[in-house]
Design a protein around this ligand. Sequence first.
Ligand code: DMJ
Length: 639
Amino acid sequence: MVVLRKLPGMPGWPAALGLRLPQKFLFLLFLSGLLTLCFGALFLLPDSSRFKRLFLPRRATASASSSSSASSSSASSSSTRDTDLPRSPPAAAEPRHASPAAPRRLREKLRTAARMAGPPARTAPGSRQQVQGGESRAQPASAAPPARETRAPFRFDYERFRRSLRHPVRGGRSGEDPETRARRMKIKEMMKFAWDNYKQYALGKNELRPLTKNGHIGNMFGGLRGATVIDALDTLYIMELEEEFQEAKQWVEKSFDLNVNGEASLFEVNIRYIGGLLAAYYLTGEEVFKSKALELGEKLLPAFNTPTGIPRGVINLGSGMSWSWGWASAGSSILAEFGTLHLEFLHLSELSGNPVFAEKVRNIRRVLSRVEKPQGLYPNFLSPVTGSWVQHHVSIGGLGDSFYEYLIKSWLMSDKKDSEAKKMYDDALEAIEKHLVKKSAGGLTYIAEWRGGILDHKMGHLACFSGGMIALGAQHSTGDRRQRHMELAAEITSTCHESYTRSDTKLGPEAFRFDAGSEATATRLSERYYILRPEVVESYMYLWRLTHQPKYRHWGWEVVQALEKHCRVEAGFSGIRDVYSTTPSHDNMQQSFFLAETLKYLYLLFCEDDVLSLEDWVFNTEAHPLPINHTDLKAAGQA
Ligand code: DMJ
């Protein structure tokens, strides 16, 4: 106690008061008691958090402070994981200057002002933001617990989500005829065969090479492995291939390494890996799928660091550096790539409580809704620097396709709240109907491509998904429009079926044309191949569910038979090089989307409608089911 030390030449101040020894002791005792009381009071007083900050380590003060920063949600660092979440999100917390000494009404006002000031970086269960549907709405004030309470990090309420579903995910198993069941079982056997061979010869590689019986890694996924495992998870689960699902899950737990350093396609990683992991989580509730999806999602965020926020197509998953595809004109980004992130990114925000993912895709929407569209059409190439179109090529097939798909599905996934997406979809479809939909001399309806105003009378296999999409969208139109769109969907699907029936293998070519006397056939050698693509059976599945016309099941069964005859080899399924040759040569590749999409859509075609019901789920463009946000049940507290 420095103050009591006797200074040279000066009497000590207790002595100066003329105290004797016992009195001195009593005085010292009293003084030390007083000091202890004062010091302790600093901590006991209600508004003592500032003093605490002076004395306690920074981390321990997190729950006492109401000052978590919105910018902490930034993409960049691993500090955005659940364990590091600030415990007291600002939207629900009191502003720093609102001491309990302030009158209650003033404190209420301050709390309301804080809530309206904008979304927090993170949200806690009591103040969760609705991130689906392009909206960000705070829950009512009554849901927010008092600011000073210690809160747990954000946790997605999986049980609540499951209660919000209207149908059991694998359906109720009623009312099916024996033939339908037998066909479904056959498709399940095909899935088991595809998986078993992948597991035996290529587990951990991206795809199986079924002729040479080894694995293929490729360069699309930036060093990530196991594309077939991730793509197959939900199909295995839905088909009740329990043992195989466990094998796949174990691989994810033990061997799926995200610390890779390579160039990945943002689009492919998103639709296959993030989509596959999200679907596996929603179907099973297994945390490993969620945490891997979120970790991977954060690795994709640097791709959005461009002047417009439109992401570039390629990203190094290790360094975060990103760039545009070398083949994309003038460093542009591709419509079908940056336009196919919305569904997955909204779910990443929903599951993490971190709005950064949703903000990224809302910004893409903003740029697209503002840019001028030639004749109402969306060209395929956009500059991420200027936000303007780079080339006027429009296609509902490759380079454009899933952008349109994600507009209508964003609206559906938002429980029909995202009206901006619906309007963009309706307007785009109107322009497509007006400028691109044509009828061939032989009466086949098709959707042509558009190059600066000149039509290319060609349809890619990829464009055949549009029959299903247009039928899905038509369900929510009325009167003439609904009928017109259902007819268009059926006609396009029928044209795609023609592209199959007109080949010798009964499988369709990569692209088919309607010029120089050809009708739904490939005219170039380079367009005759079939790589196990799903788009045609995808449309059969939607048209079946929405019309129940038996022809769609018949057409699907034709595909099953053709796959068995021409694509099944000793160790898996392979694509073929020429659909017009009865002795086709195989390309030695079992694509991961064959397990994710082709076999899943075929299986669903022979299921009752309540298996992955369209009332509960939308399929991402890789056929991974993502749940619809049933806001009515949530609002009513039934979920
Ligand atoms: C899949 O990866 C997806 O369907 C994507 O949208 C387009 N191409 C393949 C399948 O053909």
